[in-house]
Design a protein around this ligand. Structure first.
Ligand code: ADP
Length: 259
């Protein structure tokens, strides 16, 4: 887009990183970051070397979710050492500047910050780098899709119509720039009541699966709305780490295996 000032260099590999997978959602608050973190951890539990890049500049939540804080050490010539938590390498704008600083950045600054967090980091050898994108389909997401050599994108949506509509836009954006959509995940798919044991479809149920089928992209699985997911995210030890035998962690594992 002509609005974008500082361009990212043309698509070039990130040395040592085999696959880069973007996690996207049409709108905020659908659980994109929670899904990114748990899938990254599930991939790590499968024995892969994993990194997690928080590209959600305006609302970085990976530091809190992964229980990581502090500033990255600069090793040589501007190159930063990623932080590490639960066996995963991490980079986030939350480690670099005050959140309020990043909040006032315009597109070009955001793109150059993303470029720095992607390419000026000593990731080492990684099998997969999960990129938690900002919500929506704006210039930043489009630039990432065009300039970063993505293996593919994972779309997170709730079953709600509005989220689905936005997710559809996300799928269309990736298809337009020829990035394969690896699959769709339905988050907050249903609620199992701890008191009555019944299943309640708070935001509806099955919508993302139907949509994925319609758009001919794989449906990778559904994650329920549970207290444990939210509580563990808040403590900085996601459920995949704290309770790997739970049904939810197994569901994250299946999604990771389906990528
Ligand atoms: P996004 O990245 O899409 O903005 P987040 O991952 O930050 O969304 O999630 C928003 C809030 O919802 C967080 O408080 C998170 O802990 C909670 N949350 C996400 N997914 C679930 C879930 N499946 N069950 C319960 N809470 C969830």
């Amino acid at each position: 887009s002509p609005k974008m000032g500082a361009p990212m260099p043309a698509k070039q590999e990130v040395p040592g990183v085999k696959h880069i997978v973007a996690v996207a959602s049409g709108k905020g608050g659908v659980g994109k970051s929670t899904t990114s973190a748990n899938i990254a951890l599930a991939l790590s539990a499968m024995g892969l070397k994993v990194g997690l890049l928080d590209a959600d500049i305006y609302g970085p939540s990976i530091p809190k979710l992964m229980g990581a804080s502090g500033q990255p050490e600069v090793v040589e010539n501007r190159i930063m050492k990623p932080l590490e938590a639960h066996g995963i390498k991490l980079m986030s704008i939350g480690f670099l500047v005050e959140e309020t600083t990043a909040m006032i950045w315009r597109g070009p600054m955001v793109v150059s910050a993303l470029n720095q967090m992607l390419r000026e980091v000593a990731w080492g050898d990684l099998d997969v780098l999960i990129v938690d994108l900002p919500p929506g389909t704006g210039d930043v997401q489009l630039t990432m899709a065009q300039k970063v050599p993505l293996t593919g994108a994972l779309i997170v949506s709730t079953p709600q119509d509005l989220a689905l509509l936005d997710a559809r836009r996300g799928i269309a954006m990736f298809e337009k720039v020829a990035i394969p959509v690896l699959g769709v995940v339905e988050n907050m798919s249903h609620f199992i009541c701890p008191d009555c044991g019944g299943q309640h479809d708070i935001f509806g149920h099955g919508g993302a699966k139907a949509e994925a089928e319609k758009m001919k992209v794989p449906f990778l699985g559904e994650i329920p709305l549970t207290m444990e997911i939210r509580q563990q995210s808040d403590t900085g030890t996601p459920i995949t780490v704290s309770n790997p035998q739970s049904a939810v962690s197994k569901a994250y594992g299946l999604i990771a295996a389906g990528l």
